[in-house]
Design a protein around this ligand. Structure first.
Ligand SMILES: Nc1nc2c(ncn2[C@@H]2O[C@H](COP(=O)(O)OP(=O)(O)OP(=O)(O)O)[C@@H](O)[C@H]2O)c(=O)[nH]1
Ligand SMILES: [Mg+2]
Length: 565
């Protein structure tokens, strides 16, 4: 599963505070820093105008901006301009004409300013309940000669990058790519392409240039220098981290995202302090360098604190999971490419209300719900799950190609959930033109997570959206491990539940046991988690024949016996 960002709506970690500050408790008076890359510009308190970034004078606070603007308005109120001109004592008609011209041009400047202002206003869009400034972005990629066939083509990868940019709240105005043997180590792309992008920046008023691969700190620096001005340069990793930052809704997710962001920031802590040298006319050479070292140390300390916090969250989560294992209900995890429909499926089957939307990375935290035969919403499924038993269904964070490694590492605690499941359900958006490549990308991450030994069921979702649904359904039928569904319409959900039951049954063992009457709770647990074939009440208890999960079968060992009848 990266620049550095500090979300504008959440306080930057890179504030100069001696101790780590929890992201959810903004410091009352943080020292304002130039922010690296805030892809999300909101009207929140921390909103800062980019022009100020390059001035090197710090971050302009929104309050400052408001007061500056109102001061200008106060100085020249509407309708008073004429009066000022008429009031100029001894002014010649020429003077007066000149003044009028000046005023007229001032007015048209003002008008232009107002247009720009209203243009800016119209670019604030509501995203995730917040007003976000929609920046103009340009996306750039490199098609390597070594790119294997069957992997994402450059066009497809860039189109995904555009979707990521859209999810982050940016407005993509254009894209380009270059075929290279390997990316240029200095500027990622060649000098001709750099010049082409520079022209596009001017032509389209581009504010952010996004690169499809992770840029080295040097490449990032060189490109920023070349594009100059206010243009921000960022890469795919940065974009994904920013989206995660926008979407982290729980403390655990916020901690994990912050850790990933800091680790990404650490080698990129440059140029932040060069303004000090510029301001002092180069007299304090090396001052910026020293400050970078100080910042790096602060960041490293903060990373250490964060890691400790995450470790404690991890322990807590493990305890919770162990408790859950005491009740041996099998855990089925939904995994898959982002936007495949995992949350929609969970919602449909359990009545949960996990956010499901046509955006990438809607889900960051695992949500577990019980799939019960008794649920009203499952009446149709219930009739088909005659012998069906409960299982826990867990929704997880989606995967993506070129997943930032810092993010995979930071999310390891959450992803442990997957590694400990009884069954993995790989949800695929079969209507997506890149379905095959997405499956491959997911399999790659699953392999990294040590999950190859866990049984897997593949679900072809969004069949309703496919070009030829009947053909897809036929293909699925020919494949034993594939079920075709539409989580949206509910089509195929009965088959899905049956397939899950069958898979779970494969993992169960056959037991015949005599359960004494004083162990009534065991009998109900067998009914709860196992598949009971027959129960017979005899003199000293209940004789049960059932398939039960292996873990639970061990508990029954002392009571096991072969039934006579
Ligand atoms: N047509 C159609 N759309 C679907 C189906 N299932 C999900 N969707 C839509 O696909 C989009 C993504 O669905 P989600 O459930 O959020 O996908 P997800 O896999 O949880 O995505 P992440 O949380 O980002 O990993 C939403 O707009 C859903 O309405 C389906 O069966 N058919
Ligand atoms: Mg989801």
């Amino acid at each position: 599963m990266s620049l550095c960002f500090c979300s504008i709506s959440k306080p930057s970690f890179l504030t100069r505070q001696p101790e780590f500050v929890n992201p959810w408790t903004p410091s009352p008076n943080p020292i304002k820093f130039i922010q690296f890359s805030n892809l999300l510009r909101t009207r929140s308190k921390d909103f800062c105008f980019k022009a100020v970034h390059t001035d090197g004078v710090g971050v302009l606070h929104p309050d400052d901006a408001v007061s500056e603007r109102s001061a200008a308005i106060d100085a020249e109120p509407e309708g008073q301009d004429e009066g000022v001109v008429n009031g100029v004592a001894g002014s010649t008609p020429e003077d007066s004409d000149e003044a009028r011209t000046q005023i007229r041009s001032k007015k048209s400047d003002e008008k232009r300013g107002n247009v720009e202002e209203s243009d800016k206003e119209s670019r604030f869009k509501l995203r995730n309940g917040r007003e976000v400034f929609e920046e103009k972005a340009y996306v750039v990629g490199v098609s390597r000669k070594s790119d294997s066939e069957g992997s994402f083509s450059i066009e497809e990868s860039l189109s995904e990058l555009e979707q990521l940019a859209d999810t982050a709240g940016l407005h993509v105005v254009g894209s380009t790519y270059q075929k290279l043997a390997t990316p240029n180590p200095r500027t990622y792309i060649g000098s001709g392409k750099v010049a082409e992008i520079k022209s596009a920046i001017h032509a389209f008023d581009v504010e952010t240039v996004i690169f499809d691969d992770e840029l080295s700190p040097g490449q990032l620096r060189n490109l920023e220098k070349t594009f100059g001005g206010d243009v921000r340069v960022c890469d795919r990793t940065a974009l994904i981290l920013d989206i995660f930052n926008q979407r982290a809704a729980t403390r655990e997710a916020a901690l994990q995202v912050s850790l990933a962001q800091m680790e990404y920031q650490l080698p990129r802590l440059t140029r932040m302090w060069t303004h000090l040298e510029r301001q002092s006319g180069g007299q304090v050479k090396g001052m910026g360098e020293k400050q970078i070292e100080v910042d790096k140390r602060i960041l490293r300390d903060q990373i250490a604190v964060l890691k400790k916090e995450i470790e404690s969250v991890r322990k807590h989560r493990k305890q919770y999971r162990n408790r859950r294992f005491d009740i041996p209900v099998p855990v089925v995890s939904l995994v898959g490419y982002t936007n495949a429909g995992k949350s929609t499926l969970l919602n449909k089957l359990t009545g949960a209300d996990v956010l499901a939307e046509d955006k990438l990375f809607a889900t960051l935290d695992p949500t577990t719900r019980r799939v019960q035969a008794m649920k009203k919403i499952l009446t149709k499924i219930f009739s088909l799950m005659k012998n069906g038993k409960e299982f826990l269904l867990t929704d997880t964070v989606g995967f993506i190609q070129k997943l930032p490694t810092t993010l995979v590492a930071a999310f390891r605690a959450t992803l442990e959930e997957i590694a400990e499941s009884s069954l993995l359900v790989h949800v695929v958006d079969i209507s997506h033109p890149m379905a095959e490549q997405q499956i491959e990308a997911v399999d790659k991450v699953l392999a990294e997570l040590d999950t190859l030994s866990i049984p897997k069921l593949i679900v072809w979702n969004k069949v309703d959206n496919a070009k030829d649904p009947e053909k897809i359904k036929l293909e699925a039928q020919e494949n034993a491990d594939v079920v075709c569904i539409s989580a949206l319409t509910g089509e195929g959900l009965d088959d899905f539940c049956n397939a899950v039951q069958e898979k779970l049954k494969d993992m169960m063992v056959w037991v015949e046991a005599l359960i004494p009457f004083d162990k009534g709770e065991l009998l109900s647990t067998i009914h709860h988690v196992g598949m009971v074939e027959k129960t017979e009440y005899v003199e000293n208890g209940a004789l049960v024949r059932a398939y039960v999960p292996l873990r639970f079968a061990r508990l029954l060992t002392p009571m096991r016996q072969t039934c006579v009848s």
